[in-house]
Design a protein around this ligand. Structure first.
Ligand code: PEP
Ligand code: MG
Length: 586
């Protein structure tokens, strides 16, 4: 039995078996020496993998040409060209014949050498092809490892996925009836993989150091999403302990569900609006079931992240109309696509950004890729004819970005008018407050926006200069930090002065302690993962706003985040022990 510690990002306990997803950029290829007599068979295996990969690439080329045009599809012709290039094929065959090694190792070694040459080439065209070479190597290796290829589509129930890292689209794409939990070696508390795990209600632990060196397919594992632990090869006693914990967790969840039906009103009578965050339309029913009165954040970039081709206007329209239908008159806040940073594989870019979190992401990306942006805006407007929709822009840092986004909406409205297409002419247009600049300038923005939505995931990251996805600095990622609280206070004050509603939709809002601080700082609308809503209602109903205001005022006055968090923890533990006992704060 071995216990490894990571960062808990989605609660729950799972007892299951591991399925390892190889890290495509560093496949664990083992060198195996082969006998002289086995050389022809090994050469044949290489040919098989090469040909199978060429067939796949031809298919991909055809689909991409249809969906994205000939120019965009050219990349697959380049891939096929590399696989057929004698300067690539010859060294692989030579290694198999002369060094007498297995095909996997010969492929991996040759492509690795080639990648290094490309990476150090002074011409950036070569540098930008490194990921393509890695992709080609893993495609061929995948075709050699047919057992693994088949088994990912054929997982058993209770599978725990173990990986170095997972992209949001991988996380969203697993068969939910089979996958019970995720564990990864990389990642932080609010990385998007963590957010998707939460949305899917799957326990997850990220940032487990050295994970892949310790695990293997089929190994028994316990995932403790509460404490951020994974236990490999657990003994009977530990299994029984966690079995009991599962039963207790189910009972708590059932008892909490009572709160889903009650109104979110504080003990001193202030009504709080509780909304849900979603990535996919199908999550809406669960949010409503958990007591949400609408959707405060729809992360529409997942339409991009879960399909290979760019979504069309009809794809967008269908998704938004489906949401509106499920919501039956309850409000839907659509955030325009927030691509970039960890929600866009840099490897898809010809010139990957050196610092993508400070790069062309979110509204900046939309203003450069106007075709993508306008397509989405038209679809949002069309869907607004069917139910209450608001629209907001992510990561706004200056007023020009907001104005330009709004100008595009107006232009699309004019086009729809000309075509006689219905839409909501009074659609509210708001912005997310996710960077200190936006919070500090909230007074100026407030003259132009219809609402603010504070995104603490990014606000904490940019205020504290802590990468939200980096497990090495995860302990520095602390939302209950006086600097963050001061910025939130600035926004709510500006909102009050200008009568602009302020909500908060970051992950921290799902933490009852942070939610209490938000109430104390003047926030009256909270949007969080559906599963956290019953607990938030219980918290809200057990507290008064005046008490929260006093706690927030004091927390903001501390010199350090540690003092602030410990003060908030001890106060709330006294006030609503049934919520805070045993719950970490911060
Ligand atoms: C945020 O930054 O708080 C937020 C809600 O946006 P995302 O997590 O999608 O970046
Ligand atoms: Mg954000």
């Amino acid at each position: 039995m071995q216990t490894l510690r990571g960062i808990p990002v989605s609660p729950g306990f799972v007892i299951g078996r591991i399925f390892v997803i190889e890290d495509e950029s560093r496949p664990r290829v083992k060198k195996r020496n082969i006998d002289l007599a086995d050389i022809p068979a090994e050469l044949e295996r290489y040919e098989f993998a090469r040909n199978a990969s060429i067939c796949e690439l031809n298919e991909l080329h055809k689909t991409a040409a249809d969906e994205m045009g000939k120019e965009a599809a050219k990349i697959f012709l380049f891939h096929i060209g590399v696989l057929c290039d004698p300067t690539v094929m010859t060294p692989i065959k030579k290694m198999i014949e002369e060094d007498q090694v297995n095909a996997e190792y010969a492929i991996w070694n040759t492509f690795n050498t080639l990648s290094k040459k490309f990476a150090s080439h002074p011409d950036s065209t070569f540098q930008s092809k490194v990921d393509d070479l890695r992709d080609l190597a893993s495609r061929q290796l995948g075709n050699l490892d047919t057992k693994k290829k088949v088994s990912i589509t054929n997982l058993n129930e209770g599978t725990v996925i173990a990986a170095r890292d997972l992209t949001p689209s991988q996380t969203a794409g697993f068969d939910r009836t089979k996958v019970a939990a995720f564990v990864t070696a990389l990642g932080g508390r609010t990385s998007h993989t963590a957010i998707v795990a939460g949305a899917l209600n799957l326990p997850a632990v990220v940032g487990v150091k050295g994970l892949l060196a310790q695990v293997s397919d089929g190994q028994k594992i316990i995932v403790d999403g509460q404490k951020g632990l994974i236990i490999l090869d657990p003994d009977e006693e530990t299994i029984e302990h966690y079995h009991q914990a599962q039963i207790r967790a189910r009972q708590v969840s059932l008892s909490l569900h009572e709160y889903a039906k009650l109104p979110a009103i504080t003990a001193d009578g202030v009504r709080i609006t509780l909304l849900g965050n979603i990535e996919f339309a199908h999550e809406i029913d669960q949010v409503i079931n958990d007591g949400g009165t609408g959707i405060g954040l729809y992360r529409t970039e997942f339409l991009f992240l879960t399909q290979r081709a760019k979504p069309t206007e009809e794809d967008h329209y269908r998704a938004y109309s489906e949401c509106v239908k499920h919501l039956k008159g309850k409000p839907l806040t659509i955030r325009t696509i927030d691509l970039g940073a960890d929600k866009y594989t840099q490897s898809q870019e010809e010139n990957p950004e050196r610092n993508p979190y400070l790069g062309l992401r979110s509204i900046r990306y939309c203003l450069v890729h106007q075709d993508i942006f306008r397509t989405q805006l038209r679809a949002i407007l069309r869907a607004s004819a069917h139910g209450p929709i608001k629209v907001m822009f992510p990561l706004v840092t200056n007023i020009a970005e907001f104005r330009t986004g709004k100008y595009f909406i107006r232009e699309e409205m004019e086009d729809l008018d000309e075509q006689g297409v219905a839409y909501d002419k009074d659609i509210e247009i708001g912005m997310m407050v996710e960077v200190p600049a936006a919070a500090l300038m909230a007074g100026s923005f407030a003259r132009e926006v219809d609402f603010f939505s504070i995104g603490t995931n990014d606000l904490v990251q940019y205020t504290l200069a802590v990468d939200r996805t980096n497990e090495r600095v995860a302990s520095l990622y602390t939302p209950i930090h006086p600097a963050v609280l001061k910025l939130i206070r600035d926004v709510t004050r500006a909102g009050r002065r200008h009568e602009v509603p302020v909500s908060c939709c970051g992950q921290s809002a799902a933490d009852p302690a942070f939610a209490a601080l938000l109430l104390g700082l003047g926030v009256r609308t909270i949007s969080a993962t559906g599963s956290s809503l019953p607990m938030l209602k219980k918290t809200i109903r057990g507290l008064t706003v005046s008490r929260c205001e006093r706690i927030a005022k004091k927390a903001i006055s501390f010199d350090s985040e540690a003092e602030a968090a410990s003060y908030v923890r001890s106060r709330l533990r006294k006030l609503v022990p049934e919520v805070f006992d045993g719950r970490p704060v911060g």
